[in-house]
Design a protein around this ligand. Structure first.
Ligand code: C2E
Ligand code: C2E
Ligand code: C2E
Length: 89
């Protein structure tokens, strides 16, 4: 176990995501909407996603998982804690 505690979750800020231009964030927005629909989880301001889903998103965005994580942090969609979730990949 990490001395910093358990692996943090990947928590998408849905309100921030909704403000971003489609050219950047469209694929992520569609992916998040699909997960919400599968869960029946429509009321959240945030959405916790699987680590596995970040890997899939990285393929979609043609980046490594850590590069995509940095981009999502720079957009304000993930918080900086998410870096630790990706270190364990
Ligand atoms: P599933 O993968 O067969 O999961 C069935 C149920 O197990 C989920 O129902 C949820 O109650 C629970 N579950 C599975 N994995 C986890 C987990 O890591 N954390 C938590 N908290 N619960 C888990 P639910 O939420 O109604 O989802 C139904 C189906 O929708 C899932 O079936 C899966 O096929 C899909 N799904 C939902 N959320 C995600 C997601 O974040 N990523 C992916 N790839 N699929 C998802
Ligand atoms: P947490 O995972 O740290 O989530 C904290 C709060 O963020 C949640 O408070 C909720 O308001 C929001 N949140 C995080 N992820 C999601 C998401 O994917 N969808 C939505 N709609 N909101 C999200 P809440 O609901 O009072 O839950 C408090 C704690 O209870 C959670 O902390 C978690 O530890 C646990 N919990 C709640 N629901 C579930 C669940 O379905 N599965 C599991 N495994 N734990 C849950
Ligand atoms: P969480 O519910 O706190 O789960 C943390 C980790 O425990 C998950 O990380 C996964 O590795 C494991 N886990 C929890 N429940 C299950 C399960 O039913 N089956 C399996 N195989 N593993 C499980 P992961 O996958 O990275 O997911 C991170 C967070 O994303 C989860 O935190 C939960 O908040 C959310 N999530 C993931 N999948 C689902 C889902 O199908 N439905 C819902 N409602 N939430 C999900």
């Amino acid at each position: 176990p990490s001395p910093l505690g358990p692996t943090p979750k990947l928590v998408i800020d849905l309100e921030r995501l909704a403000t971003l231009p489609k050219e950047k964030a469209g694929a992520l927005a569609r992916y998040a909407a699909t997960i919400q629909s599968q869960r029946g989880d429509y009321n959240g301001k945030v959405l916790s996603i699987r680590q596995e889903d970040l890997r899939s998103l990285a393929v979609i965005y043609d980046k490594s998982p850590s590069e995509l994580t940095e981009e999502l942090i720079s957009w304000g969609v993930l918080d900086a804690e998410a870096r630790r979730a990706v270190e364990t990949f």
